[in-house]
Design a protein around this ligand. Structure first.
Ligand code: ZN
Length: 327
């Protein structure tokens, strides 16, 4: 029994590391067209609002937690949105084994903690069934995101890439498509106009950080200063894994065999954190090395004024720079 438990733990560790790689390994090599967004010790984004949107409790932690934490540290007021209720749990060997109901409650609590760790002001759960968002009305979802964008007056989104390749999970691409449309429609006067009668104001999303398994990478963000927050966001995903309490579980299994790994330290929190840093941040470390920083995250970044926007802020910038007194 002991041996089987120990082996299953090691198998789980292997599965966790495979899952982490499959979720966070963009396939593109670094290229000259990629912008490296470095850390800014000041608060250049003071007054701006960030909407970090995920389908599931582990999406932002595994893909973009360092960037969300960085943008909030640099002045953004952050809000976290989770579209599904995570009732399907996750792959065998990851996270906490449980019933569908236990998955819902566990992931709800874990999301509360992810929001806290990343410094978000608040978070919203839209409560769609996990893996079943393929037939959710796109217009319903767009309407809900328009409401949220107007409510918090969001300037920037971090979300799954609606144009990412090799995506298997219907929740990811459904949420991404809805967010992209909502970011544009939320700024218009005739879409969902009843919102204005309720006191909301139009607001367009300006720029977008899209993450995906195989995105078109146009921006790499240095998250070296925020890596501990990313580790704690992954650690908060106890129900789903792959981080959660995997390190302390492995440490306990080894102790039963009178063994220990120096990596896992002398207490459970250290074991969880060091396990995540060693096994779940492999790609972030390797990506950072390619760009000369310690840890990084990759995005398909859509800047303000990109095609499709109603208002191009570059025009104001051009007028400011080139306007001369009238004769
Ligand atoms: Zn997901």
């Amino acid at each position: 029994m002991l041996r089987r438990n120990f082996c299953s733990t090691l198998l789980a560790a292997g599965a966790a590391s495979r899952m982490a790689r499959s979720q966070i390994t963009p396939q593109q090599p670094p290229s000259a067209g990629v912008f490296l967004e470095l850390s800014n010790p000041g608060r250049p984004h003071q007054g701006k609002v960030l909407l970090a949107v995920q389908a599931h409790s582990d999406d932002i932690p595994l893909m973009a937690a360092g960037t969300v934490a960085k943008l909030i540290e640099e002045g953004y007021t952050g809000y976290l949105v989770r579209a599904s209720n995570d009732d399907m749990g996750d792959a065998p060997g990851l996270g906490t084994i449980g019933t569908i109901g236990e998955h819902v409650l566990g992931n709800q609590r874990d999301t509360d903690e992810v929001s806290r760790v990343l410094g978000c002001k608040s978070h919203f759960d839209l409560n769609y069934n996990n893996h079943r968002m393929g037939d959710v009305s796109l217009n319903e979802l767009i309407g809900r995101f328009i409401f949220l964008i107007r409510l918090v007056q969001a300037d920037t989104v971090v979300c799954w890439d609606p144009w990412g390749h090799d995506e298997e999970n219907p929740d990811h691409y459904t949420v991404a498509k809805a967010v992209e449309a909502a970011g544009w429609m939320a700024g218009r006067a005739h879409d969902f106009a009843e919102h204005f009668a309720a006191g909301l104001k139009p607001k367009s999303i300006q720029d977008k950080y899209y993450f995906a398994r195989r995105p078109e990478i146009t921006r790499v963000v240095d998250i070296s200063r925020q890596v501990d927050k990313r580790v704690d966001a992954i650690r908060a995903n106890v129900a789903k894994g792959p981080g959660g309490h995997s390190g302390s579980r492995l440490r306990a299994e080894l102790a039963k065999r009178n063994q220990r790994l120096p990596l896992l330290g002398d207490d459970d929190i250290t074991a969880d954190r060091n396990y995540i840093k060693e096994f779940d941040l492999t790609h972030s470390r390797e990506l950072g090395k390619q760009y000369g920083v310690e840890f990084a995250e990759a995005f398909h970044y859509i800047p303000a004024g990109a095609a499709g926007a109603d208002f191009d802020p570059r025009i104001d910038a051009y007028v400011k720079q080139h306007a001369v007194p009238a004769k």
